[in-house]
Write a protein that binds this ligand. Structure first.
Ligand SMILES: C[S@@+](CC[C@H](N)C(=O)[O-])C[C@H]1O[C@@H](n2cnc3c(N)ncnc32)[C@H](O)[C@@H]1O
Length: 229
């Protein structure tokens, strides 16, 4: 490939890096999609197995909290089928716009993209499942936030939390992770009990929680956001 031959041999690594970056970006609609999804994510993320583990029935209503570029939201939309619905919720209006366009392009009609507040997902109705992937560590004041999510769950609703743990070296360096034991403890304090602890992901924990019948017993706090909903 002669176009890769820089007249200055010392520059070849940089030329190669630019070409590589262009190839990578060509596969992503936005820079953030690239950052969140990379190229080999399916291999370590096992999205089909994750969704299968959640036993989502057709017609279910699911919220993807911190949906980003839609990696899971689009797959969840497939799982709930045309009679179900996915609320893709994020605080980033630019990524929401990109996801709306992506869903339109891929003819996925059962996703509603919503702009959340940092302390409130502002869901328009209670849902069967609140799913959140790689977002838990971004949320402030989590015990209060997740205590507040109880009002967005249907009576048999549950919350699935996937987040990087210390096995993810890059996210570890960037402090973009939450140790599994922290998540368990905080969710317990927010009024939930652990239903499943799936251990098949190589760099993330994958925990499922259901509301406890008496959240006050472990000192759960008042709903997040207070009057702001
Ligand atoms: C690392 S991305 C993960 C995206 C997607 N869940 C995935 O697995 O590819 C984290 C996303 O969470 C969003 N986010 C951060 N804090 C949030 C909050 N309080 N409520 C809703 N979304 C939030 C960010 O804007 C970002 O799009």
């Amino acid at each position: 490939m002669s176009w890769l031959k820089s007249p200055h041999p010392g520059n070849r690594p940089q030329v190669f890096a630019v070409v590589l970056l262009a190839i990578v970006l060509a596969g992503c609609a936005t820079l953030k999609q690239c950052a969140y999804e990379g190229f080999d994510r399916d291999q370590w993320q096992q999205p089909e197995r994750v969704i299968q583990s959640l036993q989502i029935r057709p017609g279910a209503v699911v919220a993807d909290l911190g949906s980003g570029s839609g990696y899971f939201a689009l797959r969840l939309a497939k799982a709930v089928g045309t009679t179900g619905k996915v609320y893709a919720v994020d605080i980033d209006s630019a990524i929401n716009k990109a996801l709306k366009e992506r869903a339109k392009k891929e003819h996925v009609g059962n996703i509603d993209v919503l702009l959340a507040k940092p302390n409130d997902p502002r869901l328009p109705e209670p849902v069967d499942l609140i799913f959140t992937s790689n977002t838990y560590h971004h949320i402030d004041d989590r015990i209060s936030y997740f205590a507040g999510l109880r009002e967005y769950l249907r009576p048999s609703g549950k919350i699935a939390v996937i987040d990087y743990d210390r096995r993810a070296w890059l996210e570890g360096l960037l402090r973009h992770y939450t140790p599994k034991e922290f998540i368990k403890r905080e969710m317990e304090q927010a009024g939930y009990k652990l239903q499943n602890d799936f251990d098949f992901l190589e760099r993330q924990s994958f925990l499922v929680f259901v509301p406890r019948s008496d959240p006050s017993q472990s000192g759960a706090l008042a709903p997040a956001g207070g009057t702001s909903k």
